[in-house]
Design a protein around this ligand. Structure first.
Ligand SMILES: *Cc1c(COP(=O)(O)O)cnc(C)c1O
Ligand code: SF4
Length: 330
């Protein structure tokens, strides 16, 4: 018994991160789904990737499960649809230097890593040329660029998912950013508290509380079913540590494009003291056309949420239009 315990990996979250479910047939089998499902087993780049603990929150035998739909590659992804491209936001034009995007005043977005715990089928960065991502901490140019531009008040750690970095690397990154005097705050965009909540551990919380920079974390949940007790514990720990936690979602056909689901999401988030921030309209990325919601439905949903929820539980419905100075509200 003693021996078995000794051989356990030091970090459970890293073990789970490195051993995702990535075989479509295995997933179909495990969830007891009909074999007639139109899944795509041939995806090479950006294939199936989902943590075990997230799959455990899916319903058995239900092809319409809202968590399953977010991760299962479907044959529909191969359709070529007009106005859907591989870089819908023209991000490659906003690069100050590789990995550092500056689109909006006062804020820069730092692509810390190409790794995510999960591959979301609707992701607008699914075609990004990730091979360019270098070792951030050894890339002094990035820190020099931020240091040299006094108009930057906020760095947004993004990716990929910044919380896939090790505790050690994150601590060093936060420290080096805190040394840049004109930075006023640090933002972290992460889906890890939702998809792999064990990631929120004591070491991480310690490095996020030790810094002079106030931290805001924008998590990413699309459906209340994603938020189970383990997620609740992680959210609670973040908030106890003084971190402001907000949620962003993407409006997805067949997943959360109805009033009840969106109300449930806001209510569930708030029960853990998390406020909704943005509800993004889908970016027109190749492979995601089947998730797009008709504008008429979008307008109706917003109207209904405004009728039925307090203002602070209605997320801002936004879409990103390349070249505009902020995300465009509806
Ligand atoms: C969304 C985004 C931001 C942050 O925008 P906010 O409206 O402040 O949330 C910053 N930089 C880039 C490149 C973005 O895509
Ligand atoms: S976690 Fe975020 S960056 Fe990663 S695939 Fe999902 S939406 Fe894209």
């Amino acid at each position: 018994m003693q021996q078995a315990r000794l051989s356990l990996p030091l970090n459970d979250w890293q073990n789970e991160l490195q051993h995702p479910i990535n075989e479509v047939r295995y997933l179909i089998d495990r969830l007891k789904l009909p074999t007639t499902i139109s899944a795509d087993t041939t995806q090479q780049r950006f294939g199936l990737r989902v943590p075990n603990s997230y799959v455990a929150r899916m319903r058995l035998g239900d092809m319409t499960d809202p968590l399953l739909r977010q991760v299962l590659p479907l044959l529909e992804e191969q359709q070529v649809i007009e106005n859907f491209s591989t870089d819908p936001l023209n991000e490659r034009l906003a690069e100050k230097t590789p990995q550092l995007l500056c689109k909006y005043q006062g804020r820069v977005l730092l692509m810390t890593t190409n790794q995510c715990a999960i591959h979301c089928r609707y992701c607008f960065r699914r075609h990004y040329p990730w091979t360019k991502i270098g070792d951030l901490l050894n890339n002094q140019i990035i820190f020099d660029k931020i240091q040299a531009d006094h108009s930057i008040h906020e760095v947004i750690l993004s990716g990929g998912d910044p919380l896939t970095l090790t505790d050690h690397d994150l601590a060093e990154l936060v420290q080096r950013l805190a040394q840049i005097r004109h930075l006023k705050r640090l933002r972290i965009h992460s889906r890890m508290p939702i998809v792999l909540p064990q990631r929120i551990n004591e070491t991480l919380l310690a490095s996020l509380t030790a810094t002079r920079l106030p931290i805001v974390m924008i998590i990413h949940a699309n459906h209340a079913q994603e938020i189970d007790e383990t997620v609740g514990i992680a959210l609670n720990q973040l908030i106890q540590a003084g971190i402001i936690v907000l949620n962003q979602s993407v409006l997805l056909r067949g997943i959360n494009d109805n009033v009840i689901t969106l109300i449930n999401l806001s209510e569930t988030l708030f029960s853990y003291r998390v406020l909704p921030y943005y509800l993004h309209l889908l970016d027109r990325v190749h492979g995601a056309a089947h998730f797009e919601v008709a504008m008429e439905t979008v307008v109706n949903l917003l109207e209904q949420l405004r009728c039925q929820l307090p203002g602070y539980l209605v997320p801002q419905f936004v879409r990103e239009i390349a070249g505009t100075p902020y995300k465009q509200p509806l």
